[in-house]
Design a protein around this ligand. Sequence first.
Ligand code: XUL
Length: 585
Amino acid sequence: MTDQSQGPLYIGFDLSTQQLKAIVISSSLDVLLEEHLTFSEDLPRYGTKNGILTDDSEKAVFAPVAMWLEAIDVLMDRLRDNGVDLSRVAGISGAGQQHGSVYWSKQAEPLLASLDPMKTLVDQLSPGAFSNQTSPNWQDSSTTQECHEFDIFFPGGPQELAEVTGSKAHHRFTGPQILHFLRKHPEEYSQTARISLVSSFLASVFLCKVAPIDIGDAGGMNLWDIHNNQWHPPLLALASSADSPTTEPSNVDHLSTLLGSVHTDPSASLGPIGAYWTNRYSIPAACQIQPFTGDNPATLLPIPLAPLDAIISLGTSTTFLMNTPSYLPSPSYHLSPHPTIPNSYMFMLCYKNGSLAREQVAKALSPEPTAPPNWPLFTSAVLSNPLTPTPPSPIKIGLYFPLPEIIPPLPSLTARYTYDPFNKSLTTSTWPPATDAPALLASQLLSLRLRSAPLLAASNALTPKRIYLAGGAANNRAVWKMVREIIGGEDGVWVFGDEVGGNAGALGAAGRACWGCEGRGMGWEGWLRGRWGGDLMGGRRVRRVEEGWDRAVWERWSEGVRGLEMVEGELLRKERVARESPGLD
Ligand code: XUL
C-alpha cells in the first residue's frame, strides 16, 4: 500500500453475493488499497456457485454463514499482509447484500464476547453461534405463499403495504423470509436469540456483539413502518405466526426482541471495535464501528448525489437508484429511508436480469457457439442499428430473461414483438441476432424509464439530472448512447472513475466510516461535497461521457415505452392463463 502520510485510515467492506471486498481510504477519501476475495474460487470447500447454493425443488437460494466468516478471516489477513497499517484504522463501516437474514443462536452473544485472538472466527463461531447455518439470498423465490399473505394483509392490498413499508411484498424481503423459516424450521426458530441482516451481521462481527440494523437497510424487510419510524406491530404479528396472524403480544414482543432496535442516527457510531480485533490485528481499541447498511443504500454514498441525480448499476442485477425527498410509494418500485440523510429516501428498481442477458446476446453474435461474449460485435451491433423509433413506424421490442424476473414478475423467457404505434397492436416477430443487442438494451432501459416516471413527475421532471452509470456494462459507449436517448439526463451521462468503478458499495461505506469519525454533527451532503472539492464537475472521480439529453429523440422513444408496456401486459396475461390452466399450452 502506498501512503506517505501517517493520518487515520478508514475501511469499508462489502459483503455481496459473489465476493467480500474491502477498501482502505484516507481522510481525503483517496483510495489506498482495494482487496477482495471471491467465494466460489477462494473458498471452494463450501461448494457454492457464484457464491450461492440452490435447492431448485423449492426455488431456494442461500449461502453458508461459515463461508462469510472464513472470508472475513482471510480478507483481514490479506489486508495486513499487503502492508495496511491496521494500527492507524480509526473507523470501519460496511455494506451487505440486501434482505438476507442471519439467525443467531442463544450462544451467540457469549461466543462473540469471548473470541480468542489466537483462533479464527469461523472456528469459534460456526456452527455454535447460529440457529440456521445458512442465510437466504436476494435471488431466493421460495416465499410465494408468504408474499401473498403480506400482500393481502391490509385492506388496501399491496398498495397499502407499499405505503407503510416502502414496498409491496417480494420473495427476497426479510419479513416473508422470516415467516417461511419459522414454518419450515420451527425448532431452529425457537432456538434463535437474534436476527441480523447481512449488513448488521458483518457489523456484529467487528463489534463482537449483535449490532442494530441500519435504518437504510430496514426498508428492505416489509416490517419497518417508514412514517412512524418503528417496527410495525401488526406486520411483526404476521411474520411471527405460523398459522393465522395473531396480535398475541408475546409473538410480537418476541420478534421485536429478535430484531432488536434500529439505528436511526446516521453518523452515530455503533461503539468501539471488539477486543478480538485489537488483540489479533492491533487495530486501536478506539476504532469506531460506524453503521453498516445495504449494498444499494451504500451505493448512494461514494459521490455527492443531488436530488434527481440517478445511478444505474449494470451488474449481475440491474438497479436504478435515486435520492429523493418525496415519499411517493407504489407497488412498482421500492422506497426506503436514505441511510445518511434524514427525511430523504432511496428510490430503487431492482431486476434479476442484467449482465447474464447481455452476455447471452453477446455470445450469440459469434459464429463459434462456445466463444465468450463478443463485446466489440455487441457494441457495433447497437451503434449501427440503433432502433430509434420514427413514429408511426413499427418498433421492435424484445424481452430477454434468462432468470425469472422481478419486474415484471415473469418466468425465464425470451420474447420478440413488433409494436405498431398506429394501430396499437403487437405481433410476435423474429429477427437476426445482431438486432437482439439494441433490442435488449432498449427494453432494459425502457423499463427503467417507465417505472421511474411517476417519481420524476412528482418533482415536475421528465428525466433525471445527472445519470451515473456503475457496474460492468458502464464502460460501453453503446450503453452510454442508448441511456442518453432513452432515459435522457439533463446534465448528461456520467461514469465513475476507476476508484469508484465497481466498488461503489464498499467505497460508500468507507466514506461513511470517515464521516462518522471526522464529520459527526455535519450534514452528510455538505461534508461529502467539501471533501470532493473540484472533482465534482468532472475530475478523476467522475467523468461525463454524454452531453445533456436530446429531448426530441427522448420524445420519440415514448412510443417504445408504450410498446414495452403492451408486451409486458401480454406476457403477464399469458403467464396467468398458464398458471390457472396448467394442463393447457
Ligand atoms: C436489492 C437486491 C439486490 C441485492 C444485491 O433489492 O435484492 O440488489 O442487494 O446484493
